[in-house]
Design a protein. Sequence first.
Length: 163
Amino acid sequence: MIRSATVDDVPEIRTMIRELAAYEKAVEQARCTEEQVHAALFGEHPAAFALIAEDDTGATVGYALWFPRFSTWTGRRGMHLEDLYVRPGARGGGHGKALLAHLAALCRRHGYDRFEWWVLDWNEPAIGFYRSIGAQVMDEWKVCRLSGDALARLATQAPAGDV
């Protein structure tokens, strides 16, 4: 079963964020707190939305966290999938595909014309799965990121004014 996340899911979402980070060999980078997850999903101005996958017993087996984006090329909104995670014991049970299908249906309902996400280049099982559902893996695009000291240094170069 796929359903929208509720406030009661926040601790479990936080736990799964850490599980996903461990799988991606970056658990030390997953510093998000329950309070931050709560504010992002259920605050006055939500930054993101989440779906929960449950098995036949009602146990939480996965989640998807997404937010709207905008394409200047199409002039329309789209969806960015930040996290898709299914717990190891539930993989192969159709939960990941069900989460993605639910997200695709949300895209159609909201008139979004793009549904995009990132995948680590070493995650061959995920890449194969994504290709099997018709996703195009865009090898020519590279993700760029500024954070930490580099972000702080560049920010100091902003002209004074309305920042």
